[in-house]
Design a protein around this ligand. Structure first.
Ligand SMILES: C[S@@+](CC[C@H](N)C(=O)[O-])C[C@H]1O[C@@H](n2cnc3c(N)ncnc32)[C@H](O)[C@@H]1O
Length: 246
C-alpha cells in the first residue's frame, strides 16, 4: 500500500474538486482507488455520487470499466462523467444484468450497509466496498463496522416495520452473525496516518475505535495530504460475499 501512495497522490493532485465538503477525502479515496486497481472490475456501480469526486477517481482507477452512478439527487453537483450511466432510483429498485464475478459495488450512500449486503447477496454480487464505515455510536447510518461491533440494527421505517421490530425483540448481534455467515472477507483499509484524536475528539481506544495500524507512524510532514485529512478516515472496507451465496 505504501508503495502505491506516490502514484495516488500524483493523480489526486489533478482532481477536479479540491474542496470536498460532504464528499470524499484522501484516506477514503486512496482505499477505493487501491481496491479498484487491485480487483480490476469490468463494471463498477457507485451508489452515492454527491459532487462526483469518487466518480472521477473510479474512472481513472479503471479506465476500461463500465460505470453506473446512482444518486437520489438528479445530477452530480460538480463532475459528471461523459462515460457513466446515471440513475436516480435506488440500487435495490434497479434491474442489474451485470456479470457478478467482475462487478464491484461501491456503496457510499448513507443507506443501511447490512441491508445493502443482503440485497447484493440476493442478486449474486460478490465484491462490495463501503465508504463511511463508522464505528458504533457514530455516523448517521448503520455500517458494517457498527454491526460487527455489536450495535443493533435500527428499527425499519414506517409503522409496520417499527411494530415488527418491537415484537421480534432485540436484534443485538443478529446483523453481526449474518455478516459472519455470509461474508468470505471483511477488510478495513488502514489509515495512512492517524490524527491526534478521532473525528469526535476522543482518544483512539481499541474498545471504541478499533482500527488497523496506520501505514505511517508519527506526526508526519504538515503538507502531507494524509496528515491534513487524517481525521477524514472512515474505516472504508472491502466485503466479499461467499460464492455459495449466489
Ligand atoms: C457521502 S455522499 C457521497 C460522496 C461521493 N461518493 C463522493 O465521492 O464525493 C452521499 C450521497 O448519497 C446520496 N444518496 C442518498 N440516498 C441515496 C440512495 N438511496 N441511493 C444513492 N445515493 C443516495 C446523497 O444524495 C449524497 O450525494
Amino acid at each position: 500500500m505504501k508503495e502505491r501512495i506516490p502514484q495516488f497522490l500524483a493523480l489526486f493532485a489533478e482532481r477536479p474538486i479540491k474542496e470536498a465538503r460532504g464528499g470524499k477525502r484522501a484516506p477514503e479515496l486512496f482505499a477505493t482507488w487501491l481496491m479498484v486497481q487491485t480487483l480490476r472490475p469490468a463494471h463498477i456501480v457507485e451508489s452515492g455520487v454527491f459532487g462526483g469526486l469518487g466518480t472521477w477517481l473510479l474512472e481513472r482507477a479503471a479506465p476500461e470499466a463500465r460505470l453506473y452512478c446512482i444518486d437520489s439527487a438528479a445530477a452530480p453537483r460538480v463532475y459528471r462523467s461523459p462515460h457513466a450511466e446515471y440513475f436516480t432510483r435506488d440500487f435495490a429498485e434497479l434491474e442489474w444484468s451485470l456479470p457478478r464475478e467482475n462487478t464491484l459495488l461501491f456503496f457510499d450512500d448513507r443507506a443501511d450497509a447490512v441491508a445493502r449486503v443482503r440485497e447484493a447477496e440476493r442478486r449474486g454480487f460478490i465484491h462490495l466496498v463501503f465508504g463511511e464505515n463508522y464505528p458504533a455510536g457514530h455516523g448517521e447510518s448503520y455500517s458494517l463496522k457498527k454491526a460487527l461491533m455489536g450495535e443493533a440494527a435500527p428499527a425499519p421505517r414506517g409503522v409496520v416495520g417499527r411494530a415488527w421490530h418491537a415484537i421480534s425483540g432485540s436484534r443485538l448481534g443478529d446483523a453481526a452473525r449474518y455478516l459472519e455467515a455470509s461474508l468470505e472477507t471483511y477488510f478495513e483499509f488502514p489509515p495512512p496516518r492517524v490524527a491526534p484524536t478521532t473525528l469526535w475528539g476522543e482518544p483512539w481506544t481499541d474498545e471504541r475505535y478499533p482500527t488497523p495500524p496506520p501505514l505511517f507512524e508519527g506526526p508526519g510532514d504538515p503538507d502531507d495530504l494524509f496528515v491534513t485529512e487524517a481525521q477524514a478516515y472512515t474505516w472504508t472496507c472491502y466485503a466479499r460475499l461467499k460464492r455459495s451465496a449466489t
